[in-house]
Design a protein around this ligand. Structure first.
Ligand code: PMP
Length: 427
């Protein structure tokens, strides 16, 4: 048996930081990340045979739990038919139809391989469609590692306290305007000055990448109104919330119709699939219908579309009811455990994603997030991990649950909370 420490040592020799996505390295919380060997339902098992209740769910995709029988069956059937055609196939049409049928403002979609590609392509399309260069994003929102979108991004950049990143040129970032999240007057001000130069506003439909910081009532509607008034596009990034916040994503909750939407995670069922879509008159500007170029060798991959379709089709009302139940139970129990040891905190929700902030105050933007006592999370995290609960290894990420989190799994988490809360109190 190769232990996690041995794997990590080998990994660090051949891969920067030993990981293929930064937050996995435990940089914010320290220690050796367990290397996973297998997964089933709500559980991950590491290479040493230790089992964890998984509260990341692959950062969103595993909404039905790991190795859901219907998803496995669909993928195995697809595997028998071939792994990549480089030509159109029916599964791509069915997945696109499934998305379009769920979300009224999405009339057409283009499939891609990652959320990063989806946002990158949506921004290019918005610029091509409007003939404008500037884009507006919010501090603490993460939209993948697109050059122009890494300014004041959340997720790994927040975890590692990076304001932005070397390797992005002034020209690439120069057209990106960043304003505080949930601050409509700040958006109004920018548009009053240079509204006719702005191609789009992009926002996480309900942020999870600075922890869960939901939009204040009217915020998304305000963005829609301001962009429409100035001839800019409103892009809602639903990579995390899409088909998780409801069967039609965050749109199903607030009914604010974006011009373009980006998806990933759940719609790929654990495979690399993502999408962007929206108004047909805008989407028609994409090649080969229109002049804005976008392409992909593996886009619409038959294994990924099979997994995504099977996942979406099994997201029944019972699935969403269970996500609500598990996330509200866990949030309540985390809160009770922390209150029990006198630690000031808030549990916040973006739909069924949630996170705990160590503060008494409402957290509505990235400044608020950074003002929290996030150092308490390290002790909390490690005690949970020791007891077999796998939380995001960063205080600036959301927790994800699945419909496979049954009472046994939930109770294992609850039983681990008092010691973790005591750790947070002592920090
Ligand atoms: N947008 C959002 C809201 C995300 O949460 C993420 C990834 N966590 C992305 C875009 C990028 O997706 P990917 O990691 O698949 O490139």
């Amino acid at each position: 048996m190769t232990t996690s420490s041995q794997w990590f040592e080998r990994a660090q020799k051949v891969t920067p930081g030993g990981v293929n996505s930064p937050v996995r390295a435990f940089g914010a919380v320290g220690g050796t990340p367990p290397f996973m060997a297998s997964a089933s339902g709500p559980y991950l098992t590491d290479t040493e045979g230790k089992e964890y209740v998984d509260l990341i769910c692959s950062w969103g995709p595993m909404i039905l739990g790991h190795r859901h029988p219907a998803v496995l069956e669909a993928v195995q059937a697809a595997l028998q038919r071939g792994t990549s055609f480089g030509a159109p196939s029916g599964g791509e049409v069915e997945l696109a139809e499934e998305i379009v049928a769920r979300v009224d403002p999405v009339e057409q979609v283009r499939l891609v391989n990652s959320g990063t590609e989806a946002t990158m392509s949506a921004i290019r399309l918005a610029r091509g469609f409007t003939g404008r260069n500037k884009i507006l994003k919010f501090a603490g929102c993460y939209h993948g590692h697109v050059d122009a979108l890494l300014a004041s991004a959340g997720s790994g950049l927040a975890t590692f306290a990076l304001p932005d990143t070397p390797g992005v040129t002034g020209a690439q970032a120069g057209d990106t305007i960043v304003v505080p999240y949930n601050d409509l007057p700040a958006v109004e001000k920018v548009f009053a000055e240079i509204g006719d130069e702005i191609a789009c506003v992009i926002t996480e439909a309900a942020p999870g990448n600075m922890g869960a910081v939901p939009p204040l009532p009217g915020f998304n509607a305000g963005l829609k109104e301001i962009t429409a008034r100035h001839g800019a596009l409103f892009i809602s990034d639903e990579v995390m919330t899409g088909f998780r916040a409801s069967r039609s994503g965050w749109y199903g909750r607030d009914q604010v119709a974006p011009d373009l939407v980006t998806y990933g995670k759940v719609m790929g069922g654990g495979f690399p699939a993502a999408a962007f879509g929206g108004r047909a008159d805008i989407m028609q500007h994409l090649a080969p219908s229109g002049p804005v170029y976008q392409a992909g060798t593996l886009s619409g991959n038959p294994l990924a579309t099979a997994a995504g379709l099977a996942t979406l089709r099994h997201c029944t009302p019972e699935v969403y009811a269970r996500l609500e139940e598990v996330s509200s139970t866990l949030g309540r129990e985390v809160s009770a455990a922390l209150s029990g040891v006198g630690v000031a905190h808030r549990v916040q929700y973006s739909g069924t994603m949630f996170s705990v902030f160590f503060t008494e105050n409402a957290v509505v933007d990235f400044d608020d997030v950074q003002a929290t006592e996030s150092y308490r999370y390290t002790a909390f995290f490690h005690e949970m991990l020791r007891q077999g609960v796998y939380l995001p290894p960063s205080p600036f990420e959301a927790w994800f649950v699945s419909a496979s989190h049954d009472d046994t799994a939930v109770n294992r988490v609850i039983d681990a909370l008092p010691a973790a809360a005591a750790g947070a109190a002592a920090a």
